[in-house]
Design a protein around this ligand. Structure first.
Ligand SMILES: Nc1ncnc2c1ncn2[C@@H]1O[C@H](COP(=O)(O)OP(=O)(O)O)[C@@H](O)[C@H]1O
Ligand SMILES: O=C(CO)[C@@H](O)[C@H](O)COP(=O)(O)O
Length: 536
């Protein structure tokens, strides 16, 4: 403990869908402390499932803001109880689930700047929010606002060229527009709107943190090339929005020193720096030290796939964000909503709730699943917009059920085939040197990663923790400390442990999946046209 106490470090936080997590990373870039607070299990009084509340309409999805605040209280108390030496923390940064928004009530900044170190944050911030249930990334209730925004800027393609994405229901600008239209009073009593990332940074700062360029790219409001809010988009969403958002900043900015609340209550040094927080996917890109040509697959609550890009290439599918570690560059991202929660459902239905039985089913079925193939979207998928379960035999006949083992393989193969097909639609090609970097909760499962290697025909690597967003946040904190010297991020992380190889493609995989991928793409179109109905 004495040796641990003397370690200078940076902290990396992640306010993700299902939990708040933290890691401490020392100057040699070793992770020496990890902790988490799980919303459903540790904060049962909020009654969330998977960290969220799905409303009666099935479209609106929110999380209580005070649950996030209390989770921070709890995790800091846990660290204190374990003897964590806060006095060694040089800087901290963090990540948040993307797109979610927090509404600070008029007068909240006054409370934030004068917090008493004798009380938990939750007790003091109770009355600080004009909206107590925050819209999160799983929300898909803003179709009308999306159409209004696209119409205001000249169409979906024009919006994508400007902001990196066509209008998406979970993107923050559309969420803000809905709140303004349906609850104008709450909107007018809001002095500041934060993303989940900048909200968390604000807690540590004791004042409002700006939004960073990278997470700001997930709002349909930021001009990703000029890095300024688009006046046309702001105007289409809500009045006086610019003053409620504040000015966006480069992702490696130091946004201030830690609030005296944390100095007095936990013993942080007063000079501890807060580096701008960003989205969980951008933070994972940093944590995995993604290089051009590599592809990252995050298997968290959502599944996401992302790439490093030199130049932005906005399209009607997928998103382009400002790069979180290199201000000149960009990243592409695809998001699949039916990720871990869908896998958990099939695990419960077909493997008695056991991941090890789930794995055995993957081991006992062959690559290609004898031609059986499935689509599993219990909630409206984002990429592409399909809902429902659709199973097909080798003869392309739709059936209503598969045997349990076949069901499990169909789910995992289907999830990875969708990722490959949609990444290729963005122009991505697997090259001989391609590495797939996997992260997120399901990257603990070797059998799932074997299917990933087989479908993509490329080796899969992991870093030592599945919490790449936390680790990336700690790396970004070190980068923020050095950014004044213009030190590139790659230089900061060059001593970090290399990713570990966990799966290589099985011989013969490419022949099996070449044919299956074509069938998957064809059947996806068939399901899509059934879902949408005949063209008008
Ligand atoms: N052994 C495993 N096999 C497959 N999935 C797993 C395994 N262990 C954990 N998970 C999944 O990881 C998910 C949580 O992933 P995580 O990246 O921590 O989520 P988030 O950051 O979105 O809160 C859980 O919902 C669970 O389904
Ligand atoms: O909406 C997106 C990305 O566009 C999601 O990836 C969220 O950022 C949630 O992340 P996880 O909690 O699943 O990591």
């Amino acid at each position: 403990m004495a040796e641990r106490a003397a370690r200078h470090c940076c902290l990396g936080w992640d306010f993700s869908t299902q939990q708040v997590k933290v890691v401490a990373v020392d100057a040699e870039l070793s992770v020496f402390y990890e902790d988490s607070v799980h919303f459903d299990r540790d904060l049962v009084e909020f009654g969330t499932q998977g960290g969220v509340h799905v409303h009666k309409d099935g479209l609106t999805v929110t999380s209580p803001v005070l649950m996030w605040v209390q989770a921070l209280d709890i995790i800091l108390e846990k660290m204190k109880a374990s003897g964590f030496d806060f006095s060694q923390v040089l800087a901290l940064s963090g990540a948040g689930q993307q797109h979610g928004s927090v509404y600070w009530k008029t007068g909240a900044s006054q409370v934030l700047t004068s917090l008493s170190p004798d009380l938990p944050l939750r007790e003091q911030l109770q009355a600080c929010f004009s909206i107590s249930n925050c819209p999160v990334w799983m929300d898909s209730s803003t179709a009308a606002q999306c159409r209004q925004l696209e119409a205001a800027v000249g169409g979906a393609q024009a919006l994508s060229l400007l902001t990196g994405s066509r209008a998406y229901e979970r993107f923050t600008g559309n969420q803000i527009a809905k709140i303004y239209q349906q609850n104008p009073e709450a909107y007018s009593h809001t002095e500041r709107i934060s993303l989940v990332s900048s909200f968390a940074a604000s807690l540590f700062l004791g004042s409002y943190s700006p939004v960073d360029y990278s997470d700001g790219s997930g709002m349909n409001l930021l001009q990703i090339q000029d890095k300024v809010w688009s006046q046309a988009c702001l105007g289409a969403c809500a009045p006086r929005l610019e003053e409620k958002l504040g000015r966006p900043v480069p992702s490696c900015s130091i946004v201030g020193a830690i609030s005296s609340y944390f100095v007095q209550r936990y013993g942080f040094p007063p000079e501890c720096k807060v580096v701008a927080f960003t989205g969980d996917n951008p933070a994972s890109l940093a944590g995995m030290r993604l290089e051009e040509g590599d592809i990252a697959v995050s298997l968290g609550t959502s599944d996401t796939l992302f790439l490093w890009l030199q130049e932005p290439t906005p399209a009607l599918e997928g998103h382009i964000f400002c790069n979180p570690v290199d201000p000149q560059h960009y990243m592409a991202l695809l998001c699949f909503k039916n990720g871990s929660l869908m896998r958990e459902k099939i695990r419960d239905e077909s493997a008695s709730g056991s991941w090890s039985k789930f794995s055995k089913a993957l081991q006992s079925t062959g690559m290609g699943n004898s031609g059986n193939l499935g689509f599993y979207f219990d909630v409206m998928e984002i990429t592409p917009e399909i809902i429902g379960r659709h199973r097909f035999t080798a003869e392309n006949h739709e059936v209503s059920a598969f045997p349990q083992d076949v069901e499990i393989r169909a789910l995992i193969e289907g999830q990875f085939m969708a990722k490959k097909i949609h990444a290729e639609a963005l122009g991505y090609r697997v090259m001989p040197k391609t590495k797939i970097l996997a992260t997120g909760g399901a990257s603990h499962n070797r059998d799932i990663l074997q299917v990933l290697a087989d479908v993509f025909g490329a080796p899969v690597y992991v870093i030592d923790t599945a919490n790449s967003a936390c680790v990336g946040s700690a790396y970004r904190a070190f980068h923020g400390l050095a950014a004044g010297t213009d030190m590139p991020f790659a230089e900061i992380v060059k001593l970090a442990p290399n990713p570990r190889l966990v799966a290589t493609p099985t011989p013969g995989a490419s022949q099996v999946y070449e044919a299956l991928l074509q069938r998957y793409a064809m059947l996806e179109q068939r399901v899509l046209s059934q879902t949408r109905g005949p063209p008008e």
